[in-house]
Design a protein around this ligand. Sequence first.
Ligand code: SAH
Length: 473
Amino acid sequence: MQNLPIFMNIKDRPALVVGGGTVAARKAELLLLAGANVTVIAPRVRGEMQRMIEAGRVQWREQLFGPGAVRGFRIVIAATDNEAVNRLVFEECERHAIPVNVADQPELCSFILPSIVERGPITIAVSTGGRSPILARLLKTRLETLIPSGFGVLADLLGRYRHAVKARFAELDERKHFWERMLDGSLVNLATSGRMNEAEHFLETAIQAGTPPSHGEVWLIGAGPGDPDLLTLKALRLLQQADVVVYDKLVPEAIINLARREAERIHVGKSMSNHTLPQDEINQLLVDLARQGKRVARLKGGDPFVFGRGGEEMEAVVAAGLPCLAVPGITAAAGCAASAGIPLTHRDCAQSVRFVTGHTKKDDMGLDWRALVAEGQTLVFYMGLANVERICDSLKAHGMSAEMPAAVIERGTLPDQRVFSGTLATLPNIVRSEQPRSPSLIVVGEVVNLRERLGFIHEHARAVPALFELCAA
Ligand code: SAH
């Protein structure tokens, strides 16, 4: 081992930073985070350091560093642009056996400052033994994506119940077993989603019963509009924990494949024209699977609560007394807007946006057309492709200009995305001749014109390396 990893308690203890520039300020900030009383020695200070001094957060000794100045400090960090001063700081500290770090000069350090990932009381330190700070930062980034931001809250919760668990289970092995099972289940998801009351109730019940409940749970996960990179980190994490994945037609295989290899996969169809499984049977399936003790990832295209019947599924699971968690996804409107270069709102022409269902058998489609033709808004029709002519005609019949820009976005965010823009007058013909496939979205409003200027971003966005590629590399 290159260095001994330790976490040092410097709360309320004197710490010294030598230097008054940006790097020194950053080091002082780090020491303050750990609760130290920070003194700065520098003949001049600037920028952030100046502000820290003015705010009384650090003490300033306005002087050059000289022999003896390190005495009384528990830890010293030097960050000056003067080689000789940096070396002197190091030598002085070595003489007084005080831990010292000189920024960017590993040979002048008796300790190094690792890259850190913080989650409340949890600190993860990464070091490459000074070989490559960039590599350490890359590792840190990967850890950041892996560890839910709510893990700090979880650690606090576990800390609060440590004694209760100790009192309940006398044997060390019993306690270990209990905690291991607790950390493999609902508790983690409840706590990291901020549902603390439920998490506490869950924990208390389990402590009383002596064992975590044996039932499973359901996660309604938004899979986004298609591009796997548009999944949220939470969706990815849960997907990788699930015992079974229940998915719709809209969810691409690349996303389903992110689940654990052993996870069971159940396709329940649900495209508009092809209900492989009726909704109440899907609801029942989710309940049955969770009752068998399984952790069920219910993957839905876009966002589960936007035209996704996520509300009905959640009601069924909750009514069965089982835990249910919803994880939002990027809805098709947001995904398609970004990848087609059509902002949904814009100060100049659209102060609001409406998401409308374009799927209905009624003559007037059951929509309030007068409200839909109001000025200054963008309309996004989901499931409207088959009704594109009726939609355009109805908008015109209720007073919207035939010249109003309108577009169809086919398979938005996917590699074979196509965008067709025209006007209310021309769009139905365009659709007839181009035959866009499902899923497609219709956008109506002045914002469609902005695509001429912004549409190029789609090509640019594709050049960004995928998170999953980074993680897998
Ligand atoms: N819950 C989903 C919507 C389900 S309704 C969401 O929040 O996005 C299904 C409709 O969504 C499709 O008929 C289509 O209009 C739209 N849609 C979903 N994904 C799409 C995509 N990648 N490109 C274009 N439209 C899409």
